[in-house]
Design a protein around this ligand. Sequence first.
Ligand code: PMP
Length: 419
Amino acid sequence: MTVFEDLESQVRSYCRNWPVVFDTAKGSRLTDVDGNSYLDFFGGAGALNYGHNPDELKPALIDYLTRDGITHGLDMYTVAKGEFLTAFEDIILRPRNLDYKVQFPGPTGANAVEAALKLARKITGNEAMINFTNAFHGMTLGALSVTGNSMKRGGAGIPLVHSTPMPFDNYFEGKFPDFLWFEKVLDDSGSSLNDPAAVIVETVQGEGGLNPARVEWLQGLRELCTRKGILMIVDDVQMGCGRTGPFFSFEAAGIQPDIVTISKSISGYGLPMALVLIKPELDQWGAGEHNGTFRGNNPAFVTATKTLQTWWTDDAFEKQTIRKGEKIEEAFNAIVSETSPTVECFQKGRGMARGIQFQQDGLAEEVAAKAFEQHRLLLETAGPQDQVLKLLPPLTTSDDELDEGLAIIAESVRTVTGS
Ligand code: PMP
């Protein structure tokens, strides 16, 4: 392990929680160099919704490489990109009555967010952005400026300007009507709020601690944006691609954002890829105005196409995710009722993005550490104080594997809390 500690920057993080050397992985399991098997409820931070090296996708990728298909293509027209766009339109957009142009930014979530913010500013001529408390949108400067976490913001080293935070759903635990402050400052010419170009919002805040926005709140936000002429950007980088059930997380609210960012699991294979979806009338980019060397990761297009054809031609996968999410919710509720007499905690989330929030700092991290050290289960934590134990297993995780992991979590919570 010394090469990592000797040579790799201090910035490394997940490997500090899981200090073993992984070698192979299949489905919801990873194997280390000593042959130990680990159950993965981390799912590549949402990039592995279909598990590791899925058999449904691998042959298409291998065939493509074997026939010397284009690997790197900037934004050139390629067969792989054409097939992806066709499948995306036929399988995802048209059946949902969604009309979007597709932009390929650089292949990360942050890059998609940067592109969305730039485009919204260009369209409206306004500099200001509205973001929400506890939001996370990525580590580049524009994305950080709309991100809540103070430690991450501090890393910028320069002032992060042109964004105004508004309370996310339930920030005041229902004590005030939705959008009371937002609407007040929008309407008040004395409020000092600059006219916003857009709001950027997650339907369920992933890094912020698995905070779900209610359907009514999202509908209210859409209505407010329309009424006030503010663009609505939904950042579906983590909750999109089926994490909460439907392909797009905003489908449950029946709303149509103006701009959508997608990344993480869009390739289906953990290969880097990102999309910005833009209402056709808002596609006001000049040619090359936002570019990037790795926009055309063609092997990712190949696996993305196969992913849509395999899992998204009907609603069976969506239903299965919702069912498995309910199973996790039930198990978490049981853990909470067993634990809360000793230690205050509650369950939160939607679909297969679920968490247990502990009121006492440090407990979620201790539980995750215990689950790894004693039971070889990978789990991460989320929230501004890492107070939420976060579950993001591949959506393809079997019921038996879910039972296995949920039992480990229950046992680890018991050990840590003494309940
Ligand atoms: N937006 C959201 C909602 C995210 O969860 C993330 C990553 N956790 C990002 C943007 C940034 O994506 P990336 O790390 O690929 O830049």
